[in-house]
Write a protein that binds this ligand. Structure first.
Ligand code: WTA
Length: 664
């Protein structure tokens, strides 16, 4: 708990408070703490009634539900189960009926800077045609489809088309390797893969289709009957007869009318893989009704979305943020959104600011890592400093994916928001489907570095290791005490792991364990997240399990043993540091450098470039207890470059610490 104590001290030290600007409050959906408290009270007094009201007010139901929450199968909770709806109908058809047919749904900016716009009517037609195309391939309700695509309108179309026909999609981030892709295809039992010939980012082309070919050749993918390819660049690809089909050929003869498949609110909309502390990545399964309800509500509450907004979430559709705040939430809310193919540093690190200026973005949502790296870039090159751009269209800023340090928060607030825009620091997870704790931009006084308070209906609490509530001011373990509609339903194919990971018996088996530590401020009750309490790292806002990286390393024929820990990093939040014992003698000097490079590339091939260790240190051994357990807490101290002050009496081989101290 020593990390929690440090965070406790830091949380206490932050005393700056920023109030929502009057101009924002004047038109806000939730314009005061009283309004926020009234919603919280409604939820407390009649929990199911609260959610039922919101579900009926915010979604189109083909058939109304009679039961709001079914706890009989806890912790596999069911929401609105006998209600029938279609997610794509709620995102598209509803907008056509609401007078948004000619409204721009997506402003797409390519890596090259080329811009194209798609209206709700266009998007609806594209989704219907592609949905019909998928049906013509024999894909139907309940089938799983893997999507491995670049940021594109077509990527959104692919996801929405699956939703339209009741197929469950599983999007795999374009940066994952063939091996990671294959593992997900196999685990989810996909019948089809939707991909592109190539992905273009920062001027570089990545051959997605050939990675798909490689993945399918790794074996166990017999269930995959079709591969659909979006032609992004026209780059060279192989087309397998009878299996592969171009997206444009598939839709050419399809009607732009496609009756939606009405599914139960509990029907799995998607499965998204994420890292846990042990074993392989887990397939987080989300529902249709409860998930979409929270996507649209958080657009309204957290982002205060208005018809005139130009919303920009910079995430990738390969992560949950891209699912909820690109593919589903903004469209369900009838918003105009920016979708960006490229990277923030191409052609230069002013790209985000120039795009905000060009498209007159009003809401901007990005990750602390991006902010920190752009601070550095702006410090080094005045020509791309945000003060060179007209950012006056902005009215709200958001942060997601990792803790935002108060310094980065202040820079964001002052340099991007010019002191006029609230900053919503949104805490949530792949498993939660949408925001859990965040300031409400028209109501909550903001404190840099704190995600402040839970949204109405979210019963967050902090407990000790035995599940007892802790008083404010004391760091502990973050839990959610009641099920909520957008929560994870299960881990695909592994309900036992679901129960053990999220509803462990130690806590009574009935509270959701987030996997993060947190502390509440003594005076305000505000929450500050103190970081993961398990072996999950957060590198540039991406979740990585240390075990996954260790398994990848020991799969290399040179490696005997490996232990991976996180170390604080100014830009990426955390960096991956690997301690490695080779099967041969410990390398030093140039040889160590060369083997480290080899191992880094190996990890990139096994998992993906995002998992490459930043630092690799070689030892003759690892620090172990007498029973042979690796003492990771000592490795964490060594990785930080700090002196070991902890008790090392249980350590069998203290001499090893000296050797591992030095970075190679
Ligand atoms: C961390 C991303 C502090 C946290 C949406 C969580 C945060 C993990 C914040 C989930 C935040 C996310 N402040 N920490 N505002 N947002 N985290 O599943 O450790 O990729 O458990 O979901 O990121 O990461 P995931």
């Amino acid at each position: 708990m020593s990390d929690l104590n440090t965070a406790q001290a830091e949380a206490k030290a932050e005393s700056r408070v920023f109030y929502p600007p009057a101009a924002f409050v004047a038109n806000a959906a939730i314009p005061s703490m009283d309004a926020y408290n009234a919603l919280c009270k409604e939820a407390e007094q009649d929990y199911e009634g609260f959610w039922a009201r919101l579900a009926r007010e915010n979604l189109h139901w083909h058939k109304d539900f009679s039961t709001t929450l079914d706890e009989s199968t806890a912790p596999m909770y069911k929401w609105f189960e006998d209600g029938l709806l279609n997610v794509s109908y709620n995102c598209l058809d509803v907008n056509l009926q609401n007078g948004n047919a000619d409204k721009v749904a997506v402003i797409f900016e390519a890596d090259s800077g080329e811009v194209s716009k798609v209206t709700y009517k266009d998007l609806h037609a594209k989704v219907c045609q592609f949905a019909n195309g998928l049906k013509s391939l024999g894909i139907s309700k309940g089938d799983r489809v893997v999507i491995y695509m670049p940021m594109s309108v077509e990527g959104i179309v692919a996801m929405q088309a699956c939703a339209r026909i009741g197929a469950t999609h599983s999007v795999v981030f374009g940066g994952f390797s063939a091996k990671s892709l294959q593992e997900r295809i196999v685990d989810v039992g996909a019948v089809a893969v939707i991909t592109a010939d190539e992905q273009v980012r920062g001027g570089k082309h990545l051959p997605l289709k050939s990675i798909v070919d490689e993945a399918l050749n790794l074996g166990d993918c017999e269930k995959v009957k079709s591969v659909v390819i979006y032609k992004r660049t026209g780059g060279n690809i192989n087309l397998a007869d009878g299996r592969d089909v171009w997206m444009h050929d598939l839709v050419a003869t399809q009607s732009a009318v496609c009756e939606p498949e009405w599914v139960s609110a509990e029907h799995p909309l998607f499965i998204l893989y994420t890292s846990g502390s042990t074993g392989k990545p887990k397939g987080v399964q989300h529902s249709s009704g409860g998930y979409l309800l929270w996507a649209i509500l958080t657009m309204k509450w957290t982002f205060d979305i208005k018809p005139s907004d130009v919303f920009w979430c910079t995430a990738d559709i390969g992560w949950v943020t891209g699912h909820t705040y690109i593919t589903y939430g903004p469209l369900a809310a009838g918003a105009t959104e920016i979708v960006f193919e490229g990277v923030p540093t191409f052609p230069n690190a002013g790209r985000f600011w120039s795009m905000i200026e060009k498209h007159k973005a009003t809401i901007f949502y990005t990750a602390p890592t991006a902010i920190r790296s752009l601070i550095k870039a702006a410090d080094g090159d005045a020509s791309i400093h945000p003060d060179k751009f007209d950012l006056s269209s902005l009215r709200l800023l958001g942060s997601v994916g990792e803790p935002i340090n108060p310094e980065a928060w202040m820079w964001y607030y002052n340099n991007i928001g010019r002191g006029n825009c609230p900053v919503v620091d949104t805490f949530w997870q792949t498993e939660t489907g949408g925001h859990m704790m965040t300031p409400l931009p028209g109501a909550t006084p903001m404190v840099p570095g704190s995600c402040t308070l839970p949204l109405p209906g979210i019963m967050s609490a902090i407990v000790d290791e035995t599940g007892y509530d802790l008083p404010n001011g004391q760091g502990g373990i973050l839990v959610v005490k009641r099920p909520w509609p957008s929560m994870i339903r299960t881990i695909w194919g592994d309900p036992d792991r679901f129960k053990k990971s999220y509803f462990p018996e130690e806590f009574g088996g009935n509270v959701y364990l987030a996997g993060d530590g947190a502390i509440r401020n003594k005076d305000t009750g505000y929450f500050t997240i103190t970081g993961r309490i398990d072996d999950v790292l957060n590198v540039s806002g991406h979740r990585m399990g240390t075990m996954e990286i260790e398994s990848a390393l020991v799969a290399n024929p040179l490696v005997a043993e490996a232990a991976v820990v996180g170390k604080p990093d100014d830009t990426t939040g955390e960096a991956i540091c690997a301690f490695v014992v080779l099967k041969r003698t410990r390398p030093t000097g140039d040889e160590a450098k060369q083997i480290a490079t080899e191992l880094r590339n190996w990890v990139a091939k096994e998992i993906g470039p995002i998992a490459k260790p930043k630092e690799i240190r070689f030892g003759d051994n690892l620090p172990k207890t007498r029973s042979g357990k690796i003492m990771r807490r000592l490795l964490r101290v060594l990785a930080k470059g700090e002196e070991i002050t902890q008790d090392i009496s249980t350590l069998e081989n203290p001499a090893i610490l000296e050797q591992l101290k030095q970075a190679q």
